[in-house]
Design a protein around this ligand. Structure first.
Ligand code: ADP
Ligand code: MG
Length: 432
């Protein structure tokens, strides 16, 4: 299947070619024809499978065929986070570059409402919005939703995690019942299934890989650490052995994010923080610098990083094992996107046992353990090849839960706590 077999406009075909796409991804190949036939779609696909183009491309085509200038928006794309909404709008511009008559408004919190209102007053075809700001502007009478013909709910499971279901229900109740609804989610927990049943009529269900599976292009490793204060030294050890081009580092708690970031800076690594307590312009700036490869490491929370697509991400580090098993799938899905290979390392302390068991249950396999000196005590192993050599070797024989050992190298507590923080020792380094 090629893009030209999908009956898309010349403009889209050119834009897609210029984006460097050779052929539609599986979800695109299945969703685009269904959307063109005005069917509702339930798309279940892991991150990095190209869902954004799967809905924006046929939407642009449909809108371009309609009337030239809309007075009222005809499509609404709902996204859980500001960053994701911004990313969708960038994609919209990319795929729609030869349909410049189409207009869109990015309706997200944390930025000037006046600019958004001015933009809306000019008349737009597509709204790309987070639920809160959309409702806010609707209640102020600044948005008309009576002409919405296509509704896209992206990352529905994350909407639920973020507590947006009531807002979502409210928004859907404001839309015309005669419309096309496209519903995308990486996972399908019970409440999301219910919502899909309620909003979709006779949908084409597209499952690209089993829900909750982890990205196949990601090599995953667990690294045991005796105590959370050993995490920074262990991180550095892995970092030094890996060829880290750019990486997401996930922390469970917001307050740890700044501390981890400070630690990285003390090691002269270029990094920035991204979490929900930051001002929107700081969040945008951090993300843009990361995308532009001005910084190498983004230390972030789950909420901030969900679904973000940054080109060629080589690594994901879980500083903490996520509390919620599905977050593991999303985190490591930041790498290994669109066919590229990625590597994911998860630092594990003894108290993570239960969370880890849940992850193993969810993904249906045991993640390989990478044994490193300074981790949980083991007998001194004979000298072994490097992490990468071992990992490559492992790929050949693909034995589950194969244990990788590295030569013992002492992790010095003094290295961990070498005074680079002065009196301001991060909590994860402090002796409990
Ligand atoms: P998802 O929403 O499923 O997580 P995205 O829509 O963000 O995935 O796409 C992931 C990456 O794949 C993006 O960098 C995008 O540019 C790229 N991509 C999308 N479609 C194709 C394609 N047909 N061929 C190659 N790359 C693609
Ligand atoms: Mg997406």
């Amino acid at each position: 299947m090629e893009f030209k077999d999908l009956g898309l406009s010349e403009g889209i075909l050119r834009a897609v070619e210029e984006a460097g796409y050779k052929e539609p991804t599986p979800i695109q190949a299945q969703a685009i024809p269904a959307i063109q036939m005005c069917r509702d779609v339930l798309g279940l696909a892991q991150t990095g499978t190209g869902k954004t183009a799967a809905f924006t491309i046929p939407m642009i085509d449909a809108l371009a065929g309609g009337r030239a200038k809309a007075r009222m928006p005809r499509s609404l794309i709902l996204s859980p986070t500001r960053e994701l909404a911004a990313q969708i709008s960038e994609n919209f511009v990319k795929y729609g570059k030869y349909h410049s008559q189409l207009s869109m408004a990015l309706i997200v919190g944390g930025t000037s409402m006046d600019d958004q209102i001015r933009n809306l007053e000019r008349g737009v075809d597509v709204l790309i919005a987070t639920p809160g700001r959309l409702l806010d502007l609707f209640e102020r009478g600044k948005i008309l939703l009576a002409d919405i013909k296509i509704l896209v709910i992206d990352e529905a499971d994350r909407m639920m995690d973020m507590g947006f279901i009531p807002d979502l229900e409210r928004i859907v109740s404001l839309l015309p019942p005669m419309r096309q609804t496209l519903f995308f989610s990486a996972t399908m927990p019970g409440p999301i299934k219910k919502l899909a049943d309620k909003y979709l009529s006779n949908p084409k269900t597209i499952t690209v890989s089993p829900p909750s599976s982890t990205a196949v292009n990601v090599e995953q490793y667990l690294v045991n650490v005796n105590h959370s204060r050993g995490k920074s030294a262990m991180f550095m050890k892995i970092y030094e052995q890996e060829d880290v081009k750019n990486a997401f580092v996930f922390c469970n708690r917001k307050r740890d994010i700044d501390e981890v970031c400070r630690f990285m800076k003390s090691k002269r690594l270029s990094c920035a923080a991204l979490h929900g307590d930051m001002e929107q312009d700081e969040r945008t700036a951090a993300l843009n610098r990361f995308k532009a490869a001005e910084i190498q490491i983004l230390v972030c929370s789950d909420v901030a990083a969900r679904g973000l697509d940054v080109q060629g991400m080589s690594h994901v580090f879980n500083w903490d094992v996520p509390f919620n098993a599905e977050d593991y799938v999303h985190r490591i899905g930041r790498t290994g996107r669109a066919g590229a290979k990625g590597r994911a390392f998860t630092l594990v302390v003894p108290s993570d046992e239960k969370a880890l068991a849940n992850i193993h249950k969810l993904i249906g396999k045991k993640i390989d353990l990478l044994e490193m000196a300074g981790a949980t005590p083991t007998e001194a192993p004979p000298p072994q090849p490097s992490v990468q050599q071992k990992a490559r070797h492992h790929n050949r024989d693909q034995k589950q839960n194969h244990r990788h050992r590295l030569p013992p190298q002492d992790i010095e507590e003094s290295d961990v706590n070498n005074g680079s923080f002065g009196d301001d020792i991060p909590s994860f380094l402090q002796k409990k």
